[in-house]
Design a protein around this ligand. Structure first.
Ligand SMILES: Nc1ncnc2c1ncn2[C@@H]1O[C@H](COP(=O)(O)OP(=O)(O)O)[C@@H](O)[C@H]1O
Ligand SMILES: [Mg+2]
Length: 250
């Protein structure tokens, strides 16, 4: 079976894109699926979250046409591979926007990708050329939304961009799910936001809600996914459930 490609996108920063991409990849990998994370954010949080620091090659080279087989690195975790990012990737965004067909570079690099069951694209917090490239290359887009007051703000624009990419560049693209993150069960606010998000997006919303948890926030500073950092934590349990939902929806 060909790899399914997932983009984790939301133009808002700090909503849990990277945390979700890294932790879902880790759960899938542990379940025996070969997973490749491609870090498309010049801030390289997914790279450091998986314990990878300075590298020579990066996702910048992928956009330049270098083959995946040469760029994907093993991580410390079985079945889990990474194409890291580095700050230079910010320049690629500018270059891509100047090129004719600059929106399709990643799709071309990922066409017929072999050797993986899941490819997870961690997008930067914008709807710029890197995110458009990711959407153009994906089968599914997962939209993390933070359980806070302005959660729905910007989502209409995001859905519009997704539809535009679907029409113009990639008819296979569908929304694979909306994931509520950093929910605080003790507050009415989180419950209200969850209700609103479910009212707007219905079945698209994952049943599982990721709770706000200090352990989830701590894990990246140790360069490991939550399932390795604290297997018994509520955060690890939630990401396992989300991974199962993702596989069921595959
Ligand atoms: N469930 C959670 N509980 C607590 N902190 C979280 C949780 N998910 C993410 N965070 C923290 O929130 C911040 C933003 O998350 P991140 O995944 O980097 O967002 P994005 O990639 O959308 O910018 C990070 O510091 C991260 O560690
Ligand atoms: Mg991020």
């Amino acid at each position: 079976m060909a790899a399914k490609v997932y983009a984790f996108a939301n133009q808002k920063g700090g909503v849990g894109k990277t945390t979700t991409a890294v932790n879902l990849a880790a759960c899938l990998a542990e379940a025996g699926e070969r997973a490749l994370v491609i870090d498309l954010d010049p801030q390289a949080n997914a790279s450091s979250g998986l314990g990878v620091k300075a590298t020579t090659t990066s996702s910048y080279d992928l956009l330049d046409g270098a083959p995946i087989a040469e760029l994907a690195q093993p991580t410390a975790f079985e079945n889990l591979f990474l194409i890291p990012s580095k700050p230079e990737l910010a320049g690629a965004a500018v270059e891509l926007s100047r090129l004719e067909d600059g929106e399709r570079y990643l799709a071309e690099s990922l066409a017929n990708v072999e050797g993986y069951d899941f490819v997870l694209l961690d997008c930067p917090p914008s709807l710029g050329p890197l995110t458009v490239n990711a959407l153009a290359a994906s089968d599914r887009v997962v939209v993390p939304v933070q359980a806070e007051y302005y959660a729905l703000e910007g989502l209409a624009q995001l859905m519009q961009s997704i539809n535009l990419v679907k029409t113009r560049l990639n008819p296979r693209l569908v929304v694979g799910g909306v994931l509520i993150t950093m929910s605080d069960a003790r507050t009415n606010l989180s419950a209200d936001v969850e209700r609103e998000v479910r009212r707007h997006f219905g079945n698209l919303v994952f049943d599982t809600v990721v709770p706000r948890s200090v352990r989830v926030a701590e894990a990246p500073s140790h360069g490991v996914p939550i399932t390795y950092y604290d297997r018994a934590s509520r955060g690890a349990e939630a990401y396992w459930k989300v991974a199962m939902e993702l596989v069921e929806r595959r």
